[in-house]
Design a protein around this ligand. Structure first.
Ligand code: 5AD
Ligand code: FES
Length: 361
């Protein structure tokens, strides 16, 4: 039998050790989570950073097999926030003391869209002398577009790889020119090269996904030396092709626990990165976000999207907080974090020490 407590004394893990950690249960799992929380407090402290989430639009040119807003899902009513709506969300973020906003949306690469983002980033940068940090999460783009957005003032970019195993990638995406594994990998390299604080991540508990795949995902994040990671449980959406496999995936509790173990192990491997407690955690478990924070995550993305549009941005069903007003959200988060001995850091960008360290070299 593998001894989890002896593995936990190490900082570097071999693949078989990662698999053993991912498989651990009961007291062993408690030990892993406890160690991750200690390492987190030591390296990034008990502060939780906020990114006010603006869901710009659900119009998407892609058709990922798991995603509720995939272009082939005709049941979704498509929307796009106006410039004024985006700017007022950003102003609200500033008023609420959120140091950063994250603009997320379906993937589009036409020039009308990419120029609009450049303009919006510049406008957000004008709020209070550039005090808001800007994260973009708008999918795969050309290097030139990534550069334009960076020069306009975006300094973080999130692009989840979704699966670092090429074979698994093509089981959860159509195999066509719009969904190209190597292109996605290339985007991550470009983002890193341009100087973005780059984030990636995967879904946990996908059909066909093995512990060996998840261990490879962790090794991928380490190899790329990314500054941020977001991981959350897969939630089958009834209007997507992957729903056909909903009875072949681990239970909600198992997906939650596996996500917590992924977060905890990564905190041990990459002690000073930023890690998001994804909203999907809260969908499978009412205390999911708190559990993710206690397992090593340190970022939360409260939703700022005007409530009337949130029902149309259901990438997965039963998304948490869809009915909450932003002000309620802030109050609720404060209480939730306080109850687990953490503290929200307001009015700060909350860059990861991992990124600062790399760029001071
Ligand atoms: N369940 C969980 N997460 C999902 N995402 C997309 N669809 C689902 C789903 N059904 C995640 C993807 C994407 C992020 C925005 O949301 O990882 O990158
Ligand atoms: Fe929009 Fe995957 S369905 S990027």
């Amino acid at each position: 039998m593998t001894n989890i407590s002896s593995i936990l004394t190490q900082q570097h893990f071999e693949k078989d050790e990662l698999v053993a950690l991912l498989a651990c249960e009961g007291d062993d799992m408690d030990l892993l989570l406890k160690r991750a929380l200690e390492v987190k407090k030591e390296h990034v402290g008990p502060q939780v950073h906020l990114r006010g989430l603006i869901e710009l639009s659900n119009i998407c040119r892609k058709s990922c097999l798991y995603c509720g807003i995939r272009s082939d899902n005709r049941k979704v009513e498509r929307y796009e926030l106006t410039d004024e709506e985006v700017i007022s969300c950003a102003r609200l973020a500033h008023q609420l003391g959120y140091g950063s906003v994250a603009i997320q949306g379906g993937e589009r690469s036409d020039k009308v869209f990419t120029d609009r983002i450049t303009r919006l980033v510049r406008q957000i940068k004008e709020i209070d002398g550039g005090s808001l940090g800007i994260t973009l999460s708008l999918g795969e783009q050309s290097e030139e577009v990534y550069r334009d957005w960076f020069e306009a003032g975006a300094h973080r970019y999130l692009l989840r790889i979704e699966a670092s195993n090429e074979e698994l990638y093509y089981r959860i995406h159509p195999r066509d020119e719009r969904h190209d594994f190597h292109q996605r990998l290339g985007c991550i390299d470009q983002l890193l090269k341009i100087g973005y604080q780059t984030g990636t991540g995967v879904m946990v508990g996908l059909p066909f996904q093995t512990l060996s795949d998840l261990a490879d995902d962790l090794l991928f994040f380490l190899r790329k030396d990314v500054a941020m990671v977001g991981m959350g449980p897969f939630i089958p959406h009834p209007d997507t092709p992957l729903y056909a496999y909903a009875d072949q995936i681990p239970s909600a509790e198992e997906r939650m626990n596996l996500t917590l173990k992924m977060i905890a192990i990564l905190r041990l491997m990459m002690p000073d990165i930023n890690m998001v407690a994804a909203t999907a955690n809260q969908t499978v478990d009412l205390m999911g976000r708190e559990k993710a924070i206690l397992a090593g995550a340190n970022v939360i993305m409260p939703n700022l999207t005007p409530n009337e549009f949130r029902e149309d941005y259901l990438i997965y069903p039963d998304k948490a907080c869809v009915g909450d007003k932003p002000e309620q959200c802030r109050f609720c988060l404060d209480k939730r974090m306080e109850s687990i001995g953490h503290e929200i850091q307001y009015n700060a960008w909350g860059d990861s020490p991992a990124f600062t360290r790399k760029h001071q070299k």
